[in-house]
Ligand binder design. Structure first.
Ligand SMILES: [Ca+2]
Ligand SMILES: [Ca+2]
Ligand SMILES: [Ca+2]
Length: 328
C-alpha cells in the first residue's frame, strides 16, 4: 500500500490535518490527489465512488464524505452536510426514505426507482375532497409515482400533523380553518414545508375562496373575483413553469398578492390576470394555482404538460437538498 494511502486510511473520520503535501485542505471542488494517481473514498465506503456525474448540488455547496478525502468532483473534505454534521456514507446508493443522505451525495432521500421525475420519498397530503369530478384518481397516480400520498380531512391542523408531510396540497376544503391552524401552516412552511393550493371546484366564494384564503392570508396570497377560464398560455420564467406552453384552466380564480413583494406571478390568463403565484418563505415554499382541473384524470393521464407541471411543482416545493433528482 502506498504510504500516502495508508496514512489517509488510518486517519479516516478525522479532520483533514495531514501534513502530507499531496493532500490539500478542503478549499476546491476537484478530487484530491492521493499521490498514487487515484482518488479514494477514505476507507469507509465500499470502494466505489459515489459521486455521480450529475450530482451537482442545487446550492452549489460541497459535501463531506468522510472528513478526510474527497471522492468525487462535487465533494470535498472536511465540510459538513446541511445539518452541519459530517456525512458518513452507509450505502453506495440512496436506499431508504429516512431523512438521511445514505450515500453522502448531498441529497437526502433522492430515490426515483421509476425514473418518472417525482421523488419516491415525498410524503404528500391532499387536504379536502377531489372536487366536482369524484372519480379522480389523482392520489393513486401520485402513489404510482412512488410517493406516499394520502387524502386527509384533519379535524385539527397543528405542528405534529403537518410534520408528517413534505408537501401539503389544499384541495376542495370541507371547512374553514382557524387562525391558529393557519399559523401552524405558516410555521410549517417557514420550517421547510411545501404548500400548494388549488381551488375552483365551485363558484362559492365561501368554500372556494374564503376558506383557502384563511390559510393563505398570513402568506400574503388570496383567490379573488369571478370564475375565469383559460387555458393558461402565458408562463413567466420560473422552475414551476419549465417546458409549459398551455395548461387547462376551467372555472378558476385570479390569484392575487395581498402582501406586496413576497410572491412572484408565474402564470397568467389572458388580460395579464395572475393564474398562479409562487413564494419562497423561510426555508419553505408556497405555490398557489387558481384552478383544480390539473388534478383530474382527464388531464394528467392524457396531457404531457400537466404531468410536466406537477413534476415541476413537486421538484420546486421540496427543499433543494431533499429528494432532488438528476435533471432530465
Ligand atoms: Ca443521497
Ligand atoms: Ca436516506
Ligand atoms: Ca418516482
Amino acid at each position: 500500500m502506498p504510504p500516502v494511502l495508508a496514512l489517509l486510511l488510518a486517519s479516516a473520520c478525522t479532520p483533514a490535518e495531514s501534513n502530507d503535501d499531496d493532500v490539500q485542505p478542503p478549499t476546491t471542488l476537484g478530487p484530491l490527489d492521493t499521490g498514487d494517481g487515484s482518488t479514494t473514498s477514505g476507507g469507509t465506503g465500499p470502494g466505489t465512488t459515489n459521486a455521480s456525474s450529475s450530482s451537482t448540488t442545487a446550492t452549489g455547496t460541497t459535501m463531506a464524505v468522510d472528513g478526510t478525502v474527497d471522492d468525487g468532483p462535487y465533494f470535498d473534505v472536511g465540510m459538513g452536510n446541511t445539518t452541519g454534521e459530517p456525512c458518513t456514507p452507509v450505502s453506495p446508493t440512496e436506499q431508504t426514505c429516512d431523512g438521511i443522505d445514505d450515500d453522502c451525495n448531498g441529497f437526502i432521500d433522492d430515490i426515483d426507482e421509476g425514473g418518472d421525475g417525482i421523488c419516491d420519498c415525498l410524503a404528500i397530503a391532499l387536504v379536502g375532497t377531489p372536487g366536482s369530478l369524484a372519480a379522480s384518481q389523482f392520489e393513486q397516480w401520485l402513489i404510482d409515482r412512488g410517493t406516499s400520498a394520502v387524502r386527509i380531512n384533519p379535524p385539527i391542523v397543528d405542528a405534529s400533523m403537518l410534520d408528517d408531510y413534505d408537501v401539503v396540497i389544499l384541495d376542495q376544503l370541507t371547512r374553514e380553518y382557524t387562525p391558529a391552524e393557519a399559523a401552524a401552516f405558516d410555521t410549517w412552511v417557514n420550517a421547510g414545508g411545501g404548500l400548494m393550493a388549488m381551488t375552483g371546484h365551485t363558484a362559492s366564494p365561501v368554500s372556494a375562496q374564503q376558506w383557502p384564503n384563511g390559510i393563505l392570508g398570513p402568506m400574503g396570497l388570496a383567490y379573488q373575483g369571478a370564475l375565469l377560464s383559460g387555458p393558461v398560455t402565458d408562463f413567466l420564467p420560473h422552475p414551476t413553469t419549465m417546458g409549459l406552453t398551455s395548461v387547462t384552466f376551467l372555472g378558476g380564480f385570479e390569484v392575487v398578492a395581498t402582501i406586496p413583494g413576497q410572491s412572484d406571478v408565474v402564470a397568467r390568463l389572458p388580460g395579464m390576470v395572475p393564474a398562479a403565484q409562487a413564494q419562497e418563505r423561510g426555508a419553505g415554499k408556497v405555490f398557489v394555482w387558481g384552478d383544480e382541473w390539473i388534478e383530474y384524470d382527464s388531464e394528467w393521464s392524457a396531457l404531457p404538460e400537466i404531468t410536466q407541471l406537477w413534476t415541476n411543482i413537486f421538484d420546486w416545493l421540496t427543499p433543494a437538498d431533499v429528494c432532488a433528482l438528476p435533471e432530465g
